[in-house]
Design a binder for this molecule. Structure first.
Ligand code: C2E
Ligand code: SIN
Ligand code: SIN
Ligand code: SIN
Ligand code: FE
Ligand code: FE
Length: 376
């Protein structure tokens, strides 16, 4: 490691504390992995007064180190043994270089691609709680004269690396948990649907419509996301309905329809004991998605606000999607006819306020319809 001496261009201690507190609170409130990644890079940049700072994450399976330059953009990946970043990753040592181009380990490929000119560079390995190296902080071009990183920069960025290594891993684990939860939910929702020879797109559309109506009716982002996650399970109770009824090509007899109606109550009983918020919401949605505003629905004949709001939201989403779709017992309806029906059921089948929300967001509804079109 090269030592730098000379004029001090480090941030003063009180400024350092300010930066750390500021980022600690931002990082603690950020659940989005992309944003977290960018915030951590920004923290490294602030701590070292670098022109740029990049947070490289190791992917041992792919033998790459990858990063995100901007939110929503694709990842950039470099070979795990490439350049000074790779050298810091492999050696576990901090590397500080005043002029990168004078070091044979430097890989100018990224500079060549971006047209940027790297002078000073500081690479600090990031370790997780088990002290395994999981990535590298790379600060480039100290914004000071002389333009090189100092011992303090190494100390500060190492501090950030310690913090980052641990919160990063937690964040990745958390996001994997959320992703697997979503997958399980979609899979379960599809069980309810798949036996009725329908495509898995139905649950995705109902989820997307439900989110939109929830958000449009003034619910918080968090609650709207909850409904989005829970709504795919509205028909899970259909697992208990015999195929002969589920896939009957024609109209159901009254007795068959009575059996069909049990899917609401059955769905409720599947989830009602769960303490998980998503599954509690799923229970209420399963129970109430065939209730009608005027009290003529099933299973309980609840009316108005006695029908859980989530159930009222999913009712519109579900009927809209059912009518847009071909079923074993019916053709898809033309959009105009569907909209007429929904409007005419305002205050009868459906919550009138939610019908208005639905029509206020018709463009977005149609965009979703196009995005998750059935492939056949
Ligand atoms: P689904 O196909 O997902 O339909 C959901 C809801 O959309 C229905 O709830 C109903 O409110 C509405 N809907 C669907 N198709 C039509 C339609 O052609 N006209 C009108 N006005 N509304 C429609 P519902 O009626 O409680 O039915 C629940 C489930 O029972 C349906 O889910 C479907 O799986 C089954 N089902 C209902 N009627 C029949 C039928 O005549 N034949 C068969 N084979 N299944 C039926
Ligand atoms: C991250 O781990 O920081 C980002 C993960 C991702 O965006 O996929
Ligand atoms: C880079 O900026 O992509 C890496 C340069 C290096 O570490 O050699
Ligand atoms: C259903 O709601 O019965 C399934 C409809 C579909 O997957 O399109
Ligand atoms: Fe249903
Ligand atoms: Fe459905």
């Amino acid at each position: 490691m090269k030592k730098n001496s000379g004029s001090s261009v480090d941030i003063p201690a009180e400024e350092l504390l300010k930066i750390i507190f500021e980022f600690a609170s931002k990082l603690a409130h950020e659940n989005d992995l992309d944003q977290l990644h960018l915030l951590m890079a920004e923290m490294g940049r602030s701590l070292t007064l670098a022109d740029r700072c990049t947070l490289w994450i190791a992917d041992p399976a792919e033998q790459t180190l990858w990063t995100k330059i901007a939110h929503g953009m694709n990842r950039i990946a470099i070979p795990i043994d490439s350049g000074l970043v790779g050298a810091a990753y492999r050696s576990g040592e901090a590397i500080s270089i005043d002029d990168a181009y004078k070091d044979s380990r430097f890989n100018p490929a990224v500079d060549q691609k971006t047209g940027y000119r790297t002078y000073s560079i500081l690479c600090i390995p990031i370790r997780n709680a088990e002290q395994e190296i999981v990535g590298v902080y790379q600060a480039v071009n100290k914004q000071a004269n002389p333009s090189h990183f100092t011992e303090k920069d190494i100390t500060y960025l190492s501090l950030a690396a310690t913090y980052t290594g641990q919160s990063m891993e937690k964040a990745i684990l958390y996001s994997e948990l959320i992703e697997s939860q979503k997958e399980i939910i979609m899979t379960m929702g599809n069980i309810g649907e798949s036996r009725s020879r329908e495509t898995g797109q139905h649950v995705k559309r109902v989820a997307a419509y439900s989110y939109l109506i929830a958000k449009g009716s003034g619910l918080s982002e968090e609650e709207a996301r909850l409904i989005e996650l829970a709504s795919p399970m509205h028909d899970i109770g259909k697992v208990a309905v015999p195929d002969a009824i589920l896939n009957k090509p024609g109209k159901l007899t009254d007795i068959e329809f009575d059996t069909m109606k049990t899917h609401a109550e059955i769905g409720y009983s599947i989830f009602k004991k769960s303490k998980r918020r998503i599954l509690q919401a799923a229970a209420l949605i399963a129970r109430d998605h065939h209730e009608k505003w005027d009290g003529s629905g099933y299973p309980a004949g609840r009316s108005g606000d006695d029908i859980h709001l989530y159930g009222r939201i999913v009712a519109i989403a579900d009927v809209f999607d059912a009518l847009c779709s071909k079923r074993p017992y019916k053709e898809a309806w033309p959009l105009e006819k569907i909209l007429q029906l929904i409007q005419s059921e305002r205050g009868k089948h459906f919550d009138p306020v939610l019908v208005d929300v639905f029509f206020n967001h018709l463009d977005e509804i149609q965009a979703i319809k196009g995005q998750y079109a059935d492939k056949n």
